[in-house]
Ligand binder design. Structure first.
Ligand code: ZN
Length: 444
């Protein structure tokens, strides 16, 4: 059965974004083409269905209690009993029990995905709670996998929840992905995105990708094994260190995570049951402020370093995934007696031992300073730094600090490029300061 709904979208709502400073940056807009001005709803089986090598035959049966629980799914003829049995047979891995992983995992658990893996190395912090709904106030300090598993087992006792508390690492990723049918990527660093992408390509697993930044989100399905593009087809190499902030530094609207993570769950369910058209080859973008969705066609890159015909990446090598834009690996620097980055312990020692030759500059925003600040630090928000050229002292060692070290690294590099050789970034920012120098300091 197939029918088409003509949408009322105007052409401009489908154009590729211009000058978008989204974390993905749309650095290769030529690969993003405007989508058709029609939304096609295909209720077809088989076209997108996973060909599970490991899918048991016959499919697992459903108990009377399961039939009752899933009745509203089963009433949908396109899913039916067979679709629900496919869900029970499926193994889905959610990478990251955070803002995206929370709604994705909750809906996948509730939908009856028989084996649901949760991979996350982190622990719950209070500032996670406005968007990471797997965890509650009692979970703070607990491993995210344990907190998530407890909630998911309450949501659906008929499924197996598997905790991968070590998270996804270059050492375990191929084996881990190989044990699942579908990978849902809810991570938020470039290192993990490239790692997850490359491993999913190599393990021939579909990767349901989601990302969020401030008020915007994106969703797609990377599945080169079925002919679609991968993440590197769009973004062959990571952005320059420090050129884009991560969510922690940029902020994010919590409810946006609910939309994007739920869309990821929908795509995973479609892959498992084989209904509808997945987002393979299409990037769905969501703008909360304009309250608009757009669909952009994304093409495979014949020269892609991982899914192309002559791939440069044929295995997962740890050294290829050590970059981290949130902390900015050191960039090439001019030879100077002042290190580009120093740990907070060195910063503290310099401030104590040479206060007249050292100046700590906090480049965070005023609302952040209200939460916590280092006594004696000069507060100059990042955007006001250019106006301080020529005013900032050149006879003092300037130590630049922000929340976690990303913004301050950009300021450090900017000042060094503009006639201030004695500038160092305080690695880890005030987060690290609170960890190592002032444990009583308020965190965010
Ligand atoms: Zn590719």
């Amino acid at each position: 059965m197939l029918w088409t709904v003509q949408s009322a979208l105007r052409p401009e709502t489908l154009a590729a974004p211009a000058g978008n400073d989204h974390d993905e940056g749309f650095r290769h807009p030529h690969r993003l083409k405007a989508g058709p001005d029609a939304v096609q709803i295909h209720l077809r089986r088989a076209a997108n269905r996973l060909s599970f090598a490991a899918m048991p035959d016959p499919l697992p049966s459903l108990s009377p209690a399961e039939l009752a629980r899933y009745s509203r799914h089963i009433m949908l003829g396109e899913i039916g009993v067979e679709g629900q049995r496919r869900l029970k047979a499926a193994k889905v891995l959610v990478v990251g029990a955070g803002g995206l992983g929370s709604p994705a995992a909750l809906y996948l658990a509730a939908a009856g995905v028989g084996t649901l893996g949760i991979a996350d190395f982190d622990r719950v912090e209070a500032h996670n709670l406005p968007r990471q709904l797997l965890h509650d106030s009692d979970s703070v300090g607990e491993r995210k996998t344990a907190s998530a598993a407890r909630r998911l087992r309450l949501t659906n006792p008929f499924i197996d929840v598997v905790e991968h508390a070590e998270g996804v690492t270059p050492a375990n990723v191929i084996e881990l992905f190989g044990a699942y049918d579908v990978i849902v990527d809810g991570t938020d660093t470039f290192a993990t995105r490239y790692l997850n992408n490359d491993a999913a390509v190599l393990a021939r697993r579909p990767l349901v990708y989601g990302s969020i930044f401030r008020f915007e989100g994106q969703v797609t399905v990377f599945d080169p094994a079925q002919g679609g593009p991968c993440y590197r087809c769009l973004f062959p190499t990571p952005p320059p260190a420090g050129s884009v902030p991560n969510c922690g530094e940029a902020g994010v609207l919590g409810a946006l995570c609910g939309v994007i993570g739920s869309l990821q769950a929908v795509e995973a369910i479609k892959l498992v049951t084989g209904i509808g058209d997945t987002l393979r080859g299409r990037l769905l973008t969501y703008d909360t402020l304009a309250q608009s969705f757009r669909t952009l066609q994304i093409a495979r890159d014949p020269a892609c370093p991982v899914c192309g015909p002559h791939p440069a990446i044929r295995e997962i090598r740890t050294e290829n995934y050590s970059f981290d834009c949130s902390t900015s690996e050191p960039a090439p620097m001019a030879i100077t007696e002042y290190p580009l980055e120093i740990p907070v312990t060195d910063a503290k020692r310099l401030l104590d031992t040479a206060p007249d030759r050292t100046l700590l500059i906090d480049v965070r925003e005023p609302h952040e300073l209200e939460i916590c600040r280092v006594e004696g630090a000069e507060a100059i928000p990042m955007r006001q730094i250019p106006a301080q050229l020529g005013i900032l002292p050149k006879d003092r060692h300037l130590l630049i600090m922000c929340h976690s070290g990303g913004r301050s690294m950009r300021v450090t590099e900017y000042l060094r490029a503009n006639g201030y050789p004695a500038v160092s970034n305080v690695g880890g920012g005030i987060n690290a300061w609170a960890d190592q120098i002032e444990p009583a300091m308020r965190r965010y």
